[in-house]
Design a protein around this ligand. Structure first.
Ligand SMILES: Cc1ncc(COP(=O)(O)O)c(C=O)c1O
Ligand SMILES: [Zn+2]
Length: 363
């Protein structure tokens, strides 16, 4: 298996521990799974690893790492469907990616790692590194929800609070990776993470017997969006779906480099000055895979829509009144959907992810 640089095309073995290409570009995995076929599902595994025939793992390291993450229910709320992806061991969808990444790290014999996160991915990586016996340090921006910080520490990881915003936190962590040659267990840089998040799409396909007309996805660093693209393109190439569903990608109106790039016709994220937002998980001013994301957006006519800041709290309350208590970042996706439907009219059967639990993100 090989990594390919998304910037210069250089190839490197996928067992390389280098966080990115010497040119600075991020790796993509050159991996074509076998055609999607229910006959290949692993009936002995639950959730993410049920689909392991389509994952780029070698050997059985995943068995001692998995906690049965995934296999989340789909519930109807009003006119939309919600996949309750916060029903995971660490209470966010990031467990899909972290379980696969940690299994891969175990295969590679990684003993120590660092990562930066707005909180949820840090929770996931801390938990699964603990499972895999890997020591880790997680960098989070100062002001991250205390529940997330406590949880990172509870898993035995060191949690470092970095003054400034999420982008600065990433810069500080990446400088440590470069200077000390540490393994970067990044949900943004490491391609194995997206192999985990792609199972979101496989599960929807299996649960609904196909794809709904539309998917609404959050868009910060794009870990769910890029994973969903891998999964959907796989279903398409396997002849399981004949068209891509309509996709709406949600950015915070207060931090929208991809939305702005679309508006200006740019192929890289637009420079923006992030304003404060309740949606801490998608407040990414400089998404490292922004150019790649914009490539998929053009290729599949993804619409990028804003989450109005003044609608987020109300959207969270509305979901809670339906029994679904999510964090503000997750509610932002619903707020954007409601705003869009309000302005443009109904968009058919539409599925949204409930990505993170409300109790963790109490501001
Ligand atoms: C609760 C929640 N929802 C959504 C996201 C969106 O992340 P991404 O764009 O990386 O998929 C995050 C990221 O941290 C999150 O914590
Ligand atoms: Zn390169």
């Amino acid at each position: 298996m090989n990594f390919v640089c998304t910037s210069c095309g250089k190839r490197e073995t996928a067992s390389s521990l280098a966080p990115r290409c010497p040119c600075g570009g991020l790796w993509k995995l050159d991996f074509t799974p076998p055609p999607f076929d229910p006959a290949l599902f692993d009936g002995s595994a639950r959730g993410v690893f049920r689909y392991r025939a389509f994952l780029p793992l070698e050997g059985g390291a995943w068995r001692s790492v998995t906690l049965g993450e995934g296999a989340t229910p789909i519930a109807r709320v009003g006119g939309a469907l919600f996949k309750l992806d916060f029903l995971m061991p660490t209470l966010s969808f990031k467990d899909r990616g972290a379980a696969v990444l940690a299994a891969r790290m175990k295969e590679l014999g990684v003993a120590r790692a660092v990562q930066d996160s707005s909180g949820n991915a840090g929770n996931s990586v801390a938990a699964y590194c603990a499972r895999a016996g890997i020591a880790c340090e997680i960098f989070v921006p100062e002001g991250t929800s205390p529940g997330k910080i406590d949880m990172i520490r509870a898993h035995g990881a060191t949690c470092i609070l970095v003054p400034g915003d999420r982008d600065r936190c990433a810069e500080v962590c990446r400088a440590r990776v470069e200077n000390e040659g540490l393994f970067y267990a990044s949900h943004v840089y490491n391609p194995y993470f997206y192999e985990g998040t792609k199972t979101y799409v496989y599960e929807i396909y299996e649960q609904l017997g196909g794809m709904p007309e539309a998917l609404v996805l959050p868009l910060g660093n794009g870990t769910l969006l890029l994973g969903a693209m891998l999964g959907l393109e796989h279903l398409l190439a396997s002849g399981r779906i004949s068209d891509m569903p309509r996709i709406l990608a949600v950015q915070s109106a207060n931090c929208a480099p991809i939305l702005e790039a679309r508006r200006l016709g740019l192929s890289a994220p637009a420079p923006v000055k992030p304003l404060p937002t309740l949606a801490e998980g998608i407040a990414i001013g400089k998404p490292a895979r922004g150019t790649e994301i914009l490539g998929y957006i053009r290729k599949h006519n993804v619409e990028v829509i804003p989450a109005p800041e003044d609608g987020i709290a109300a959207a969270r309350d509305a979901l809670a009144r339906e029994g679904i208590f999510v964090e503000y970042t997750s509610a932002a996706t619903y707020a954007a959907y409601l705003d869009y439907v309000n302005q443009r009219g109904p968009i058919g059967e539409c599925l949204l992810p409930a990505t993170g639990a409300g109790l963790k993100g109490a501001h």
